[in-house]
Ligand binder design. Sequence first.
Ligand SMILES: Cc1cc2nc3c(=O)[nH]c(=O)nc-3n(C[C@H](O)[C@H](O)[C@H](O)COP(=O)(O)OP(=O)(O)OC[C@H]3O[C@@H](n4cnc5c(N)ncnc54)[C@H](O)[C@@H]3O)c2cc1C
Length: 368
Amino acid sequence: MTTTIPKPPLPSGSRLMRLAEAMATPHSLDRYLELVNPMMSARELRAEVTEVWRQTDDTVTLTLRPTRQWRGFTAGQFVNVGVVVDGIRHTRCYSPACSQYRRDGRFELTVKAQEGGVVSPYLFGAAEPGLVVHLSQAAGEFVLPQTRPDRILLISGGSGITPVLSMLRTLCDENYDGTVTFLHYAYTDRDVAYAAELRQLAAAHANVDVVLAYTDQDNGGDLHGFFGTEHLDTVAPWFRDAQTYLCGPPGLMRAVRTEFREHDIESRLHTEEFAPVVAIADDDATGTVRFVSSGVQAENSGASLLEQAEEAGLSPTYGCRMGICFSCTAVKTSGCTRNLRTGETDSDPDQPIQLCISAPVGDVEIQV
Ligand SMILES: Cc1cc2nc3c(=O)[nH]c(=O)nc-3n(C[C@H](O)[C@H](O)[C@H](O)COP(=O)(O)OP(=O)(O)OC[C@H]3O[C@@H](n4cnc5c(N)ncnc54)[C@H](O)[C@@H]3O)c2cc1C
């Protein structure tokens, strides 16, 4: 005999929510709520900018108050931030710079204005308290292990300071008692965001060493010139036994990776890239790419589908341009694509793929 277990009644809140959503169809309930107040939302996560601080000539630090759906973050992770610029919503990844234990439920982003960019110059120039942005939950694997290592080396350059500063602030809040060295590269002392706080953290925690290295200034600071073995030997001679977390411009990332490879300790190096992966165009590419939703088609150039769509005059949504944030995912209805990071190919129809790291192999149809 089978026993049928009656379903528990829906909590009245969810029933009301479903009713309200049914009445709002074909639009989402959030479309109506945002007309009343952009921070009122039934499902979507958003955040209001509450403080704005332009601490260097090209960075803006934003304090954000997220809506109730926010589940917090772990130091080192990133969020997708969506803003409307000239009537179009653009999404980019940013890593919270504050401690994961910040008590007021808010978090902080520091954005460097990039020449020729869309979102970062907009935030640098126009962000003011009251601006409401779209937000994703935090994601990413660039985090400290649960069991904190005895020795931690944090290396950053330029805007790459954000995730590793979050780690440092988090470790200080935890009263971490291992050894931590924070090595940060900037052009000059005027380009260092958080300089005063970094010095304060080092003064307040005997186990924390902050080292500022200037590449375009040969006085002041603790080190000068580009990263090299001698820098590591000076500031963290124990680096071979430590866990190292690195985020910065491509040149710094390359130099540190080479150093760790030469010492055969790459497994001790953990990295986060801000810069997109540049796909190398395949000169032997053949076939036609059909962007079916737009009715546009182009000869396959071998570049990523995102670049080919942009070259064809389309503007698909994207975030990281490196396969991390999934903002550019679209359904490939037919054809074969190659993952530019792993080299793997996929010939199955009706597959969601990431445009930024997928290149067509022959004829491809994609819902863009
Ligand atoms: C995980 C992660 C975390 C990040 N965290 C931070 C952070 O904390 N702080 C921070 O400042 N940044 C961070 N970034 C970088 C950030 O996501 C953006 O890439 C950055 O702000 C630039 O965005 P943008 O819209 O201004 O520039 P975009 O419009 O994306 O352009 C970026 C650059 O590419 C060039 N470009 C754009 N389109 C083309 C094209 N078709 N052909 C050739 N060149 C082109 C532009 O000229 C510009 O120089 C992070 C990135 C990732 C992946």
